[in-house]
Design a protein around this ligand. Structure first.
Ligand SMILES: [Ca+2]
Length: 515
């Protein structure tokens, strides 16, 4: 049943329910059954017996038990197909916590994401899909001549898969999930916000990390910066990117109380790139920026607007970590930068609708109809979350401070729009939190503390009403799992400020402070 009904009825005293009509009493009985927290759930059927069944409109092409490993709990792996080509995988743990976790995709999707290990190990039934087409996450050609595939990618794949996944869960365990959560980063973060906006009672809680929600404005900004880099003298060497990053750190690292290589108080950072201008504006080496390179920085940091002002991107903050592995070289300045590749495939398949189009000479505003159609398919920019709030939904927004793919300013903007739309911060605090993680790259990585248990924080909020405050973020050694660095993960707009003494690698030496 819907969360809204369940929430409404479980708040009623039992005596009040007796007075209600028989139909409502029946609904309450279902709600009570759903909310019974008397332990976990277990399969009521053999995993392999699901093979060949059609449940909820999905054909189960394979189902097999996967034994536990050192890092992953035992589960039943269910492969499903919804015609014509929407593939999903549902991982049903032997020890079920009676909840469902949907993991979002990345880029233009095209493959089923790997199992979310923390969610599965916590006992969640865990589901993900390829969103309705097969191919590279960098390739949008699926959308060129297949409007249904484009719609599935844009917004339809998640509710379509959920329609089948919830029925398979019910058949396998003998009961529906009591709670349903969605978590995604990048395009998965866009999917997360699409759910919150368009399907406000589908999930009880949603985690949107680094959401690519303003697809048109984002792709337009990618395209603009790619053109600036391709202009004569615009390209960056790795050493030149390091010159820029070091200059930002020199100006802004200490503004959070400690020169730890992280600009944790970006609002106080007002670095002027023009101070790095080469004499005469021509490229005289790696210690300065030419006018063409300054134009790249200007495109990167400045707001962009498309479609006659209909679509925006606020530009990226300078972080001081542009030279980190996985930052500018991967996304922005490298020979095959991901920003160029994403904007190029978008121009070819959605806007110019010509696989031979040259995105570096294409005027992003030249076909308004195509721009509006792309927005209708993929943009998740609606800040009116009243339906989600009214249904009791909870939303956690998270974004890395050194994200060279998607600017955290856009997520901050969206949060501000939601706050306004629901009538102010007090209302927003009932159901939405924003966290910015300084020095963290796109979704993960970078010099900052990139790992935080947002799912447990969300679950406590949904099931126990314990709203998340300051969390702890860690940077882990990829080999040993040891904590290399920790920081408080502060509720926006606060940032982690060094107390003035103590281990600079320990969260306890920092306190969340208003900028
Ligand atoms: Ca610092």
């Amino acid at each position: 049943m819907s969360r809204g009904l369940r929430t409404a009825f479980t708040r009623l005293p039992a005596a009040a329910l007796v007075a209600l009509t028989p139909a409502f009493v029946t609904i309450h009985a279902m709600a009570h059954d759903d909310d019974d927290d008397g332990g976990g759930g277990h399969p009521r059927m053999n995993c392999a017996a699901l093979t060949g069944k059609t449940i909820g409109g999905a054909s189960i092409t394979a189902a097999a038990a996967v034994p536990a490993t050192a890092t992953l709990a035992a589960y039943c792996k269910v492969s499903g197909l919804i015609e014509p080509k929407l593939n999903f995988e549902l991982r049903l743990p032997v020890g079920w916590n009676r909840k469902l976790h949907y993991g979002g995709g990345g880029g233009y999707n095209g493959a089923i994401p790997a199992v979310n290990a923390p969610a599965l190990n916590a006992g969640y039934a865990q589901v993900s899909s390829d969103s309705g087409h097969q191919g590279s996450a960098l390739d949008a050609s699926f959308a060129l001549n297949d409007p249904y595939a484009a719609q599935l990618f844009g917004s339809l794949s998640v509710p379509t898969v959920m329609g089948a996944a919830t029925e398979i869960v019910r058949d396998f365990y003998g009961r529906r999930a009591s709670r349903q959560y969605f978590e995604g980063c990048s395009n998965g973060g866009r999917e997360a916000l699409m759910n919150v906006q368009r399907f406000p009672t589908l999930f009880d809680g949603v985690i949107a990390r680094a959401p690519a929600y303003n697809w048109v404005g984002l792709m337009g900004a990618f395209n603009r910066t790619a053109k600036a880099l391709a202009a004569p003298g615009g390209s960056f060497t790795t050493a030149k990117t390091a010159t820029l990053a070091k200059a930002v750190l020199a100006a802004c690292d200490g503004l959070d109380g400690v020169a730890d290589g992280l600009v944790s108080n970006p609002k106080a950072c007002h670095f002027d790139p023009a101070t790095l201008r080469c004499p005469g504006g021509t490229d005289t080496g790696n210690t300065c920026l030419s006018d063409a390179q300054l134009a790249v920085v200007g495109s990167w940091t400045g707001p962009a607007s498309f479609g006659g002002g209909a679509y925006h991107n606020p530009g990226w903050p300078l972080s001081g970590n542009e030279d980190a592995s996985g930052a500018w070289n991967l996304w922005t300045t490298g020979a095959a930068s991901l920003q160029f590749l994403f904007s190029d495939t978008t121009v070819k398949n959605y806007l110019a609708r010509d696989p031979a189009a040259n995105s570096l000479t294409y005027d992003f505003d030249s076909n308004l109809g195509a721009l509006f159609a792309l927005s209708a398919l993929n943009d998740a920019t609606n800040p009116n979350l009243h339906p989600f709030l009214g249904a009791g939904g909870k939303l956690i927004l998270w974004h890395g401070g050194n994200d060279s793919a998607l600017t955290n300013r856009a997520t901050i903007d969206y949060y501000g729009q939601v706050v306004s739309a629901v009538g102010g911060r007090a209302n927003a605090d009932q159901f939405v939190r924003l966290y910015i993680a300084p020095g963290v790259n796109h979704c993960a990585g970078g010099p900052g503390a990139d790992t935080a248990d947002l799912l447990t924080a969300l679950d406590r909020w949904v099931t126990r009403g314990r709203a998340p405050g300051t969390l702890t973020a860690s940077k882990l050694d990829p080999a040993s799992g040891a904590t290399l660095l920790s920081r408080p993960l502060c509720v926006y707009p606060a940032y982690p400020r060094y107390k003035g003494s103590g281990d600079v690698n320990a969260a306890s030496s920092f306190t969340c402070t208003a900028p």
